[in-house]
Design a protein around this ligand. Structure first.
Ligand code: NAD
Ligand code: DAU
Length: 352
């Protein structure tokens, strides 16, 4: 049994589905079901006895303690977080609460549970913390990519809250010996991503002929990692990663935001041959405050230690992703609730 937090979100649900397909051990998913969590992401596991879904908050220590006691997991894979940078600028408090206090609560309960385990369960236990490359800050155009020893320099409330959680995880290993591993990955894309993030937002706006909002000059660079590659990497790190270590995970696909948006437009143009070029919908809007210019990941450590490499090329991964959204408009409709529409309206009307 493994316990997955945030398993109803984008990466978490891809991970749970991937785990159930590839591994023998069952999964307990703990998720608060915020606006970003959707139990429908795991609907295909409804009748699968190897999956249990629990609605709850990682800050609820009594609940976490009960789950650990009852299910005796051999690992915790921790995805639960507030994850959208723009929302952290509008309202940072939730980010500190879930990302910092929530991770602290989980670490405390994990430590209490792990301390009383008998061997060999104690040696086998792992706490895997999923973090981000944003903790390293912003790179200049010619700077070398982030390595695991790059000093932390978070620039948004989101990045600062993730950095805080990373430091707590490190301290729990160093001080108490809790068997932790942290992964820091770049921008994920793929099926089931909530359409507030760049790629699904642009796909859906393009399909509906709406403006494609590009912040600033559109030349900020991100490294894009296909979510399936990320899930494979996490499984490998869980099984073979060294305790107390951190591993950077990236897609070796650095792109400017304009490149990403234009590529999506070209893919959709190919599917809708009679419409005007979708790139005509590109609309430059007010920049994000403190917008990091460039992220890039050096994957040498995970490649050499664990033999992992990203398999998906950006072009094919993006085509699959566009197709997934075209094929799942019912899913899209189910997540575009009143809360979502309010966010889009408030956030983008302020950027015109
Ligand atoms: P997401 O926003 O899609 O999902 C987060 C999930 O966590 C949701 O299901 C939500 O309901 C749940 N959650 C939030 N607060 C909770 C709480 N207090 N208790 C229990 N559950 C709670 O996020 P994502 O994009 O899937 O990201 C998952 C993890 O990966 C996060 O830790 C994020 O920081 C990290 N990450 C994401 C990316 C990316 O590109 N998406 C890149 C690097 C790192
Ligand atoms: O680098 C990893 C991080 O990637 C994760 O830790 C975060 O959880 C995840 O949200 C993501 O953060 P970004 O801020 O990079 O992702 P986002 O999709 O919000 O934006 C990607 C880029 O596109 C960024 O430079 C801002 C820009 N952008 C975004 C939106 C939503 C636009 O130009 N227009 C938009 O409407």
């Amino acid at each position: 049994m493994i316990l997955v937090t945030g398993g109803a979100g984008f990466i978490g649900s891809n991970f749970v589905l991937d785990w159930i397909a590839a591994e023998a051990s069952p999964v307990v998913t703990l998720d608060k079901l915020t606006y970003a969590g959707n139990p429908g992401n795991l609907a295909s596991l409804k009748d699968d006895a190897r999956h249990i879904f629990v609605k709850g908050d990682i800050c609820d220590r009594a609940l976490v303690a009960r789950l650990l006691e009852h299910h005796q997991p051999e690992a915790i894979v921790h995805f639960a977080a507030e994850s959208h940078v723009d929302r952290s600028i509008h309202g940072p408090a939730e980010f500190v609460q879930t990302n910092v206090v929530g991770t602290f609560s989980l670490l405390e309960e994990a430590r209490a549970y792990w301390s009383q385990l008998a061997e060999p369960a104690k040696s086998r236990f792992r706490f895997l913390h999923v973090s981000t490359d944003e903790v390293y800050g912003s790179l200049g155009r010619d700077d070398p990519a982030f390595v695991e020893t790059t000093p932390y320099a978070p620039n948004s409330p989101y990045a600062a809250s993730k950095a805080g959680s990373d430091h707590l995880v490190r301290a729990y290993h160093h001080t108490y010996g809790l068997p932790t591993i942290t992964t820091n990955c770049s921008n994920n894309y793929g099926p089931l991503q909530f359409p507030e993030k760049l790629i699904p937002l642009v796909i859906l706006n393009a399909v509906h002929g709406k403006p494609l909002p590009v912040y600033g000059d559109g030349l900020n660079v991100r490294d894009w990692l296909y979510v399936g590659d990320h899930c494979t990497a996490i499984r490998l790190v869980l099984q073979q990663g060294r305790l107390g270590e951190t591993y950077n995970i990236g897609g070796n696909s650095e792109k400017t935001n304009l490149d990403v948006v234009r590529t999506i437009c070209t893919i959709i143009d190919g599917q809708r041959a009679n419409s005007a070029p979708h790139s005509k919908l590109i609309s430059y809007v007010k920049d994000r405050p403190g917008h990091d210019r460039r992220y890039a990941i050096d994957t040498a450590k995970i490649e050499s230690e664990l033999g992992w490499k990203p398999r998906e090329a950006f072009d094919t991964g993006l085509r699959k992703t566009v197709q997934w959204y075209f094929d799942h408009m019912d899913w899209v409709a189910s997540v575009q609730t009143g809360d979502y529409r309010k966010w889009i309206e408030t956030h983008y009307s302020a950027r015109q």
